[in-house]
Design a protein around this ligand. Structure first.
Ligand code: SF4
Ligand code: SF4
Length: 380
């Protein structure tokens, strides 16, 4: 089976001892490896069989994987595919695409993953790492998954056609490429949001980047940023919220409850200790510095080339019943990601997680969430 590894080309990564962030997931054991995994003696006692399939157990409620001990894998040689594949999940949608996952700190350990000079030095070659799953899972499995996800995409395209909806990717991709530099500053985000939310009805056709640049600003940007944060970080259970792995490998959870943000640190067994609480209004909304803006622009360009981003946009088109123009959903989607990234960088700084590149920290915190936004496709 062909797996497109273009996004990984030239990138490498090096796993960091003491991190263990990928072991916070509820690990699924995929069908082609269930027999092997269930036969491994050292995995006995750590498997959970249910109607949903086979998973690795977690410690406590919402803690790390059962097999993680002092941030080391105790079953390294027999660990399942998910652990071996990380940080390069394969997305099956209309095709198979290997996706570099930038929530993994190991992706940044040799320098910026976007910097060609750092991409070749040491570490595991990401494209080769992405392809290694073919032998592990076998063609038959990939074919079956791909048939299923292609079927989903076909149904979506037919529904779009029935509704006379224009899904022409080329002009929209060009527009997003043109506005990415503006999306790295709050002023630019604001104009894009104004165009896609307010001016949309006055525009007969897809606008140009120059037209967007001449637009008014979106009112109440800070309120929208807080609303986006609520969508991602609000919840009674800390177990369900995203974890930010800091530079010292501390696991941090930020929980939005009413108008407060609670910060807690989490142990391997899922125990949380409250550290500090502030009002959501105390998080400022300030532009990132120029080098962080550069990182952000490269990241947004990567998102533009991920199939998963388009799948997320298709999900939105359906939920809006094909009534909002495709270009407006796309520009709004990228503007909201940019706004939330800037907000999360400000959140981290407010809680004392300062770094030489706050865009990198916000991406590490947010990339997992971005990948999970789509209802289309499946990650293998
Ligand atoms: S998240 Fe990345 S760096 Fe951290 S343990 Fe997993 S593979 Fe290694
Ligand atoms: S099996 Fe090992 S590598 Fe996989 S999630 Fe558990 S501790 Fe982490």
């Amino acid at each position: 089976m062909d797996i497109d590894t273009t996004l990984c080309k030239g990138m490498s990564y090096q796993c960091l001892e003491g991190c263990g962030a990928c072991c916070l997931a509820r690990v699924e054991v995929l069908p082609p490896e269930q027999n092997r995994v269930q036969g491994e003696e050292d995995l006995e006692g750590g498997l959970q069989l249910s109607q949903e399939g086979v998973h690795l157990k977690s410690k406590g409620t919402g803690g790390a994987c059962y097999f993680l001990t002092k941030r080391r894998c105790s079953v390294y040689n027999t660990r399942p595919h998910y652990c071996r594949q990380y940080p390069v999940p394969i997305m099956a949608g209309e095709r198979l695409q290997a996706i570099p996952l930038l929530s993994c700190r190991g992706m940044w350990s040799l320098g910026s993953p976007f910097d060609p000079e750092c991409q070749t030095e040491g570490g595991d070659d990401l494209a080769a790492h992405g392809l290694a799953c073919q032998d592990r899972l076998g063609d038959k499995f990939f074919k079956r998954e791909l048939n299923r996800t292609r079927g989903e995409m076909n149904r979506f395209r037919k529904a779009a056609k029935r509704n006379g909806y224009d899904l022409d990717l080329e002009p929209v991709t060009q527009l997003i490429t043109d506005i990415i530099p503006s999306l790295c500053s709050l002023d630019g985000v604001s104009k894009v949001l104004f165009t896609s939310n307010i001016a949309v009805e006055d525009l007969d056709d897809i606008p140009s980047s120059a037209q967007i640049a001449s637009m008014d600003k979106f009112p109440e940007l800070k309120d929208l940023a807080a609303e986006l944060a609520r969508t991602s970080l609000e919840g009674d259970d800390m177990d369900d919220l995203p974890v930010f792995t800091d530079e010292s490998f501390g696991w941090n959870i930020f929980q939005v409850l009413d108008d407060s943000i609670n910060h807690a640190q989490m142990d391997e067994d899922g125990t949380t200790q409250m550290a500090r609480s502030i009002s959501i209004n105390e998080v400022p909304l300030i532009d990132l510095d120029n080098s962080a803006k550069e990182t952000m622009a490269k990241y947004l360009n990567l998102l533009l080339r991920r199939d998963s981003s388009w799948a997320g946009i298709y999900t939105q088109a359906i939920s809006m019943e094909f009534e909002v123009p495709f270009w407006a959903i796309c520009t709004n989607h990228f503007a909201c990601i940019a706004l939330e990234l800037i907000w999360r960088a400000n959140l981290l700084r407010t809680f004392g997680f300062t770094s030489s590149d706050m865009a990198r920290e916000a991406i590490i915190y947010m990339d997992n969430d971005i990948l999970e936004q789509s209802e289309f496709g499946v990650y293998l």
